[in-house]
Design a protein around this ligand. Structure first.
Ligand code: ADP
Ligand code: MG
Length: 238
């Protein structure tokens, strides 16, 4: 069980507060999407949940556990970034297996999980290639695969499709939604793309200047945005 609670979560960089007292309850297995203008604190919020950024104030709970001081490697979380960040010197197989090696999983188990995941993502034929020999879409699948093999309770995705062309984005949207249904994980997903937000999310979180303006289902946000800013962001007539 991995519901996530953000309680008055804050992030400051020196004198600058970039996340202000964020309160958010995310249900186990929910697909939550964060939207908002560039610089509003989406990535910073994700990075605090991942344990990649220190929390300046408030509480972060995963399940019932307060994890403010739990190191990233001890949180059951996988993160997929916009730029994929695959290891260039490793094959696809090794990229996917690496996290399990670090956890000292048995070799047969690693092999089974990597091949199973590769099959699911249709990248079995790429396992011996290096990242530079892959297309953008293939790299994106490998990045997802690398996160999936760990079977994390929580998936964090930071604009994972923004480097893909429109057609591939459409395909990957469907794939990620399928993945969510299949995996039993909680997904927190950042995007600029209104179609992604409206079609993939259970609930959308609209952020502005480090604060949450509104949280609701796509339909309710569309029907009842609290102001023009929210309306603009989710695409209702202005
Ligand atoms: P978003 O992902 O919504 O575009 P970010 O979370 O990346 O926004 O950034 C929020 C704010 O925090 C921005 O003003 C950004 O410049 C600032 N910021 C992010 N990381 C750092 C850092 N390491 N040091 C100082 N300021 C930072
Ligand atoms: Mg960002």
């Amino acid at each position: 069980m991995a519901g996530i609670s953000l309680k008055k979560l804050n992030k400051t960089f020196g004198a600058l507060t970039v996340v202000h007292d964020i309160d958010l309850e995310i249900a186990d297995k929910e697909f939550i999407i964060l939207v908002g203008p560039s610089g509003c604190g989406k990535s910073t919020t994700l990075r605090m949940i991942a344990g990649l950024e220190e929390i300046s104030g408030g509480e972060l709970l995963i399940g019932d556990d307060l994890v403010n001081d739990v190191p990233s490697k001890d949180r059951d979380i996988a993160m997929v970034f916009q730029n994929y960040a695959l290891y260039p010197h490793m094959t696809v197989y090794k990229n996917m297996a690496f996290g399990l090696h670090l956890r000292r999983a048995p070799k047969e188990e690693i092999d089974r999980k990597v091949r199973e995941t590769a099959r699911l993502l249709d990248i079995e034929h790429l396992l011996n290639r290096k990242p530079k020999a892959l297309s953008g879409g293939q790299r994106q699948r490998v990045a997802l695969g690398r996160a999936m093999v760990r079977n994390p309770e929580v998936f964090l995705l930071d604009e994972p499709l923004s480097n893909l062309d429109a057609k591939l984005r459409g395909t990957m949207r469907t794939e990620i939604s399928k993945l969510h249904r299949r995996l039993n994980s909680t997904f927190i997903y950042v995007t600029h793309d209104q179609v992604e937000a409206m079609t993939m999310a259970d609930r959308i979180v609209v952020m502005k200047s480090g604060r949450i303006l509104q949280v609701d289902t796509p339909q309710n946000l569309y029907d009842r945005p609290i102001d023009m800013f929210v309306a603009g962001f989710i695409g209702a007539p202005q």
